[in-house]
Design a binder for this molecule. Structure first.
Ligand code: T4K
Length: 366
């Protein structure tokens, strides 16, 4: 049997990509905000209902560009339960990550802990919509307003999530998303910044292109954040399949959830109104149980992932340790099960059955 990994990219049929690439080859325009990048931006705005979007070369750069555009210098309050890239981006922009622990049910940053972490050095809040589950955006905005802070969302997981009638990416001063191969919508590598207003949007475009404005004057210290035409071609082709991919993901997520809910020892992420169901995280009663299940699944060719382990506040090579008990505890007990477009429903049923059996065995004891 072929190995089953945690995810696989959702890919449009290859001829639909090559049809777009023929135009690239004919024109020789490979990059520098070419026609396909502009088309990808336009189609994302239309199809996802975005305020606007600047396409960039990856999700980490999207966060860095947002920090640059918001001119942040100081402490940024963020979650310890995230991929290390969130913190890499803050540190590369010479800001200081300050952690606020998570809500154990939603796995998102806890607004009360955010409020408690605000100091005179705080300049912004950077929550993450973990696994595509919307943060408490209204409460976070209220805290930011009360203290004069910017809100920058790490929305790497949030493409295709609508919240209270509009795209989740429209919240905050800037939302930075990812179009990495493992994300709901992919350009192989890629990312995007959705800004709250036209001024920030223009600033992001300048930063993406070495600091040039539209009149080819250097107006700030930018860098190279450009997406290529090749990546945009992949994105345009894949975007047409996003509604199908979202529906498929939700169906398989619900199948896992129904099957696994039979076991009282397992817990699941509490979804805040809506989500894109991009991952299927399961929280086990203890780390030994999670590790036992992981090892046994791996032995039968199934590769779940410990997203996100360890809790990023424990990466002492890059940040001083700040205790975050909820995140550290969840990080040790969580596994994301395989979930992707090409995964057969029969495999979801098989994986769920194996997980139920393993948890049953281990909880019963010797
Ligand atoms: N913020 C958050 C909250 C994030 O989660 C991320 C990225 C970022 C920011 C930064 O966005 P980017 O700069 O990456 O655009 C993956 C991804 O590399 C990363 O994008 C993602 N989050 C993170 C959660 O997961 P790994 O180390 O798990 O990747 P890897 O190579 O082990 O892939 C997982 C599985 O996916 C493989 O077992 C097989 C499959 N796969 C992977 C790739 C790369 C494919 O089938 N094809 C592929 O091309 O990091």
């Amino acid at each position: 049997m072929n190995p089953i990994y945690v995810t696989q990219p959702t890919l449009a049929p290859l001829p639909e990509v090559t049809a777009l690439l023929e135009g690239v080859w004919a024109s020789g325009i490979m990059t520098h905000n070419g026609p396909l990048v502009q088309r990808f931006e336009r189609e994302c705005v239309e199809q996802l209902g975005l305020r606007q979007m600047v396409a960039v070369n990856n999700g980490t750069i999207a966060i860095q560009m947002a920090i640059q555009a918001l001119e942040l210098r100081g402490e940024i309050i963020t979650t310890p339960f995230t991929f290390v890239a969130s913190i890499n981006a803050i540190l590369w922009e010479h800001c200081t990550p300050v952690f606020a622990d998570i809500d154990p049910a939603t796995l998102n940053i806890d607004p009360e802990k955010v409020e408690a972490a605000v100091t005179s050095r705080t300049v912004a809040i950077m929550p993450v919509h973990v696994f595509g589950n919307p943060c408490e955006v209204e409460r976070i905005q209220a805290i930011a307003n009360a203290h004069g802070l910017k809100v920058l969302y790490d929305a790497a997981h949030a493409v295709g999530v609508d919240y209270k009638g509009q795209s989740l990416l429209n919240y905050g001063d800037i939302s930075a998303t990812s179009f990495h191969a493992t994300k709901m919508l992919n350009t192989a590598e890629g990312g995007g910044c959705v800004a709250a207003n036209a001024e920030l949007h223009e600033r992001l475009k300048e930063i993406r292109f070495f600091g040039y404005n539209e009149r080819k004057e250097i107006v700030r210290n930018g860098f190279n954040g450009k997406m290529t035409e090749v990546h945009a071609a992949v994105g345009i082709a894949n975007l047409a399949y996003l509604p199908q991919a979202l529906a498929d993901r939700k169906k398989k997520y619900m199948l896992y959830k129904t099957l696994l809910s039979e076991c009282q020892d397992l817990a699941f992420q509490r979804i805040n109104l809506s989500a894109n169901y991009s991952y299927f995280p399961v929280i086990f009663p203890s780390e030994p149980v999670a590790l036992y299940v992981e090892r046994q699944l791996q032995a039968s060719g199934i590769f779940p992932r410990r997203y996100f382990y360890p809790s990023v506040n424990t990466y002492t090579a890059i940040v001083p340790y700040q205790p975050m008990p909820v995140s550290e505890d969840i990080a040790k007990r969580i596994l994301c099960l395989p979930l992707y477009y090409a995964l057969a429903e029969a495999d979801v049923e098989r994986i769920a059955a194996v997980v139920l059996k393993l948890v049953g065995q281990v909880m019963k004891g010797p």
